[in-house]
Design a protein around this ligand. Structure first.
Ligand code: M6R
Length: 596
């Protein structure tokens, strides 16, 4: 998840400060590298880029000296390929008369780079943003004008991205969009385009939203929209933004947690497409398949994803895998593992000390180390033999939401591949998640007044929904400060049932195949006065036995746990607000735990 910004002004002028300020406003997404390019009236391109934070790179490379009539800034969040000066963006084409930068993922990057090299182009990095530049160069070199070249390049570049490009000797920038966000801004004597509204707002509040399959042409005196399909002009009224800057950074949501919950359909779809095109999946699968013992290692939310992963691997690939809390890996399995064993270490941050300690032991014992990690360039990524990115972009709220979703998606994908199944069911997941959010939001809302005062809750599940219950309980306790325990539904009667009193809330996450078992547990609770809240598909048995039913859309049983995650996240969020807390930054917690 990178960020891009491009600007066109009337006359050549210092652009460095404007670009740095726009870059700072892209930085909340998280990034590892920064680059600026200006196109000057003398036909040259001034390109400066490096790995590091924006202010440090800007000072080191003296961005403030950069002048031009057009400028581009890009903040890179690496997905594949290490953060490096060469992979930093923007990129120039072979002979240095085009410069561009992108945001997103071009999933056929490897194939395209081979084609460009075979066609004699100069390819300087492994970054997919460079492929966007060469994809346009290819057609410009064949004599196409810029619009025609962009239209053709668009069809060659697969994935979700937005791209901005300029050519020397013109006074125009071009941008186009396929999947990732893109907004154009119209100011007096200047126009701009960006992946993110906050970087536009200091310049203007008059904007045009660009849609997939559209090219935006920026000149100092206005913007033009054209269809990629046939190059025809699009008429669209600009709009005035009235929201505060803080509201805009949160994408119109009052909290990052809610924004990130709503990003799940998008990031799940993006990860699926990335995995479909990834050369690393088969290597991971082979390594996992050949392991003597397979361990899935993580902490907190990431551990819950490991439990889900182990159920997916057993069910879909017939492969036992031991989910284990990272610190416990050391005494419980550390003395027994060796080079024949493999661990999949799972972490959003890739910097959790508990996970890195376990990883160090695994490496000392010669065990194979694979990673599932969101932050590229993190220690876990660097220490893993192979890794898969979670591709969620920056998760700002302390409670993990979208990264849990994509950890689940990644494990489901690996299990399907290991079991020799088609991965096609995952193509439906974004729509199902979208539908679930729409359906469950009002249902969750109705429960809030009754549950807001509860200081004790249980969250129970079985099989595929056991890890969802664990994760739901963690989310609830993390942001509402209540005591909430996640447990296997069948264990409740072995002790905790004694805590139940009139109105005591117990949430049952009921997978479609486990309804009869869950109904027993529901009755054990309700007959003692407890309040049973079921989360599951529409089912008359759940309706008849539970006090409340949060209805999920019907789906394949292996997708159901991913859908069931959403109402528990939303309930946690709503209850946190009802109890007067800030769900983004719960007290006593930190996003990344780099301590023992
Ligand atoms: O960055 P990691 O995934 O390694 O973090 C592990 C836990 O600290 C983390 O999942 C934590 O439990 C979540 N913030 C809970 O929402």
């Amino acid at each position: 998840m990178c960020g891009i910004f491009g600007i066109v002004v009337e006359q050549e002028q210092p652009l460095g400060e404007i670009l740095v300020e726009a870059g700072r406003r892209l930085s909340y997404r998280g990034y590892d590298s920064v680059g600026c390019a200006t196109l000057r009236d003398d036909g040259t391109i001034d390109l400066r880029k490096d790995v590091g934070k924006i202010d440090a790179v800007a000072e080191r490379l003296r961005f403030s000296e950069m002048v031009g009539r057009r400028g581009i800034v890009q903040l890179r969040w690496a997905t594949f390929g290490s953060p490096s000066p060469a992979n930093a963006q923007p990129h120039i084409d072979s002979d240095g008369d085009l410069v561009g930068a992108h945001n997103g993922n071009v999933v056929n990057n490897v194939e395209l780079r081979q084609q460009f090299i075979a066609e004699g182009m100069t390819v300087r990095s492994t970054n997919d943003g460079e492929s966007c530049v060469h994809a346009v160069e290819r057609y410009v070199d064949r004599g196409d004008d810029m619009i025609t070249a962009i239209r053709r390049a668009y069809n060659d570049l697969e994935g979700d991205y937005a791209f901005v490009i300029g050519r020397v000797g013109e006074d125009t920038l071009y941008a186009f969009k396929k999947g990732s966000g893109l907004v154009a801004g119209i100011a007096a004597g200047a126009t701009c385009v960006s992946s993110d509204l906050p970087s536009i707002l200091p310049l203007t509040r008059r904007i045009l939203r660009v849609r997939d399959g559209e090219i935006v042409i920026l000149r100092a005196d206005g913007v033009e929209l054209r269809r990629v399909e046939d190059g025809s002009l699009i008429e669209r009224e600009s709009e005035e933004i009235t929201e505060s800057m803080e509201m805009v950074e949160k994408g119109g949501y009052p909290h990052f947690m809610l924004k990130e919950i709503h990003e799940q359909p998008t990031v799940a779809g993006e990860l699926f497409r990335l995995l479909e095109a990834s050369p690393h999946v088969e290597q991971m699968v082979t390594r996992m398949r050949e392991a003597r013992h397979l361990y899935l290692v993580g902490c907190g939310t990431s551990y819950h994803a490991c439990v889900l992963g182990s159920v997916y691997l057993a069910r879909l690939a017939g492969r036992p895998a031991v989910p284990v809390l990272a610190p416990q890996f050391i005494p419980q399995y550390g003395p027994t593992v060796g080079p024949e064993d493999v661990g999949v270490f799972v972490s959003q941050s890739g910097e959790t000390k508990d996970v890195l300690n376990a990883l160090a032991v695994a490496r000392q014992r010669g065990m194979g180390v694979l990673g599932l990690v969101n932050v590229i360039g993190s220690t876990l990524m660097n220490e893993s033999e192979r890794y898969l990115p979670l591709a969620c972009g920056y998760e700002i709220s302390v409670p993990a939401t979208k990264t849990f979703m994509n950890q689940g998606v990644a494990f489901l994908y690996l299990a399907l591949r290991m079991g020799g199944h088609s991965t096609a069911i995952l193509a439906n997941l974004p729509d199902l998640l979208e539908e679930t959010l729409k359906r469950v939001e009002p249902q969750v809302e109705k429960l809030v007044p009754d549950l807001a005062a509860a200081d004790d809750l249980y969250c129970l599940g079985y099989g595929l929904t056991f890890p969802i219950a664990l994760e739901g309980a963690l989310k609830l306790k993390e942001v509402t400060y209540t005591h909430c325990e996640g447990m296997l539904s069948t264990e409740f009667k072995h002790g905790p049932l004694s805590a139940v009193y009139e109105g005591y809330p117990v949430i049952f996450v009921a997978g479609p195949e486990d309804v009869p078992l869950l109904v027993s547990g529901i009755n054990e609770t309700t007959c003692r006065g407890g309040r049973a809240i079921a989360v599951g598909e529409e089912d008359e048995r759940l309706r008849a036995n539970a006090n409340d039913l949060i209805v999920l859309p019907p789906s394949d049983p292996v997708l159901n746990p991913l859908l069931a995650t959403l109402p528990l996240q939303l309930l946690s969020y709503r209850l946190s607000l009802a109890r007067g807390y800030d769900p983004d930054f719960p007290r006593n917690l930190s996003k990344t735990l780099t301590v023992d």
